[in-house]
Design a protein around this ligand. Structure first.
Ligand code: PMP
Length: 406
């Protein structure tokens, strides 16, 4: 119940007039809202007020709800004493915050297949070519760490292009062996797998509420407090400042999460996100995963029989992945095919380069594919999660087959 999708029966009128249930297969961009998030917001709406400011029942209830949300998220990521939870706008915001919190002189080691949110913010980068196996990734990281003195490593938990799960634990062990911290972009991992800082071996985790069934615009940066407390505030302003003198520069900045949460926080976003974390924490994750695996197998087996459509991967077809599959289309424009799927079949997917241009370029170089727009390489991506059904997958496969025949 808590994890039921709000709007699961959304209807759409197809180009030929038939009305069907919309098959949403773009969870990786933004997942639909679950009941737990909607209920939490609904519950607070009649009572909410300012957070950390003001008195009275609304302000008190809001401050309490906000800090409880932080505690729930802390538990969701298995945070310890040394960690803190900062609410951000989204993953992009969280990673930008962290990039500006690195000790001076730090080199960020990463692979070039990252989403732009985990590719662009880092100031001094050592960008390694995307490896073709987990073993190659581990070896490349060893090599890089041997010659880089002061470093941090940042890696996606699961690729937003191929859905492939990166060997985070193993890479974190390598980083730690060199005394280096590990950052995990968990935007695509958190909706599908438990994300514990300790189990992943991560020092920092970033993820977004809107991909975790809580579409109210809050994200999370969870991780070690020391760098965050020493960094300039993410947003200078009220809340981030403890004491402000009369002259410019006479400021004592707050420590703890407040330092980076300048301005009035997104209370409803944080509460919605925490409600989903709580619902997931008590759900049968193995059963959810098994459902997803079944859909994944159905989609991938089906795709193998669609002429002109080829699934892409970095680590090869046997590597574990979350519910994301990107498809190269022989000589066809993925944007055009995505449009046909929407108009004629009521299926929502995504076409293009998914904010991971270097990776998609690499994958499309090695696959025969159509172009998206003015000669830009592109793929078609289907992604799913809670609320997805075998019918969604079948409609995508039938629609794709028909669209590629014309
Ligand atoms: N990292 C990954 C792996 C993603 O898939 C995305 C979103 N597509 C982001 C980061 C950025 O997330 P947001 O847009 O919520 O900031």
């Amino acid at each position: 119940m808590n994890l039921d999708i709000v709007g699961d029966d959304l209807k759409v009128t197809l180009s030929h007039g038939e009305v069907v249930r919309f098959a949403h297969l773009d969870y990786a961009a933004s997942a639909p809202c679950v009941r737990a998030a909607a209920d939490a917001v609904q519950d607070l709406l009649p009572r909410y007020g300012s957070v950390h400011r003001g008195t009275g029942v609304r302000a008190n209830a809001s401050t309490l709800a906000y800090e409880l949300a932080r505690d729930v998220v802390a538990e969701f990521v298995g945070a310890g004493e040394e960690h803190e939870i900062v609410f951000t706008r989204n993953t992009t915001d969280a990673l930008n915050l962290l990039a500006r919190s690195l000790p001076p002189g730090t080199t960020t080691i990463l692979f070039d297949g990252e989403h732009h949110a985990n590719l662009l913010p880092w100031p001094n980068q050592l960008r390694l070519p995307t490896p073709s196996s987990p073993q190659e990734a581990i070896a490349a990281l060893h090599q890089a760490l041997k010659t880089t003195r002061q470093a941090v490593v940042t890696i996606t938990g699961a690729s937003n292009v191929t859905g492939e799960v990166w060997p985070i634990r193993e890479l974190a062990d390598v980083a730690h062996a060199y005394g280096v911290r590990m950052i995990v972009d968990a935007a695509q991992l958190a909706p599908h797998h438990p994300v514990s800082l300790t189990e992943l071996g991560a020092d920092y985790l970033a993820f977004s509420g809107h991909k975790l069934y809580a579409p109210f615009g809050a994200g999370v940066l969870a991780g070690r407090a020391d760098w965050l407390d020493a960094a300039p505030p993410h947003l200078a302003g009220g809340g981030a400042s403890a004491v402000v003198g009369d002259r410019p520069g006479e400021i004592t900045w707050a420590t703890g999460p407040a330092r980076h949460e300048g301005g009035t926080p997104n209370l409803l976003g944080a509460v919605a996100l925490a409600a989903v974390c709580e619902a997931l924490a008590t759900a049968d994750r193995d059963a959810l995963l098994a459902h997803e695996e079944t859909l994944l197998a159905r989609l991938r087996d089906g795709l193998a029989t669609v002429p002109g459509a080829t699934e892409v991967s970095v680590f090869g077809p046997g590597h574990p992945r979350v519910g994301i599959v990107s498809i190269a289309l022989d000589g066809r424009d993925p944007a055009e095919i995505a449009g046909v799927l929407g108009r004629d079949h009521g299926v929502g997917v995504r076409a293009g380069q998914f904010c991971a241009h270097p990776l998609v370029r690499r994958l499309t170089d090695s696959a025969q594919t159509g172009t998206c727009g003015a000669g830009t390489p592109g793929l078609l991506r289907a992604s799913f999660g809670l609320g997805s059904t075998a019918d969604d997958v079948d409609r995508l496969l039938a629609g794709l087959r028909a669209a590629l025949r014309t």
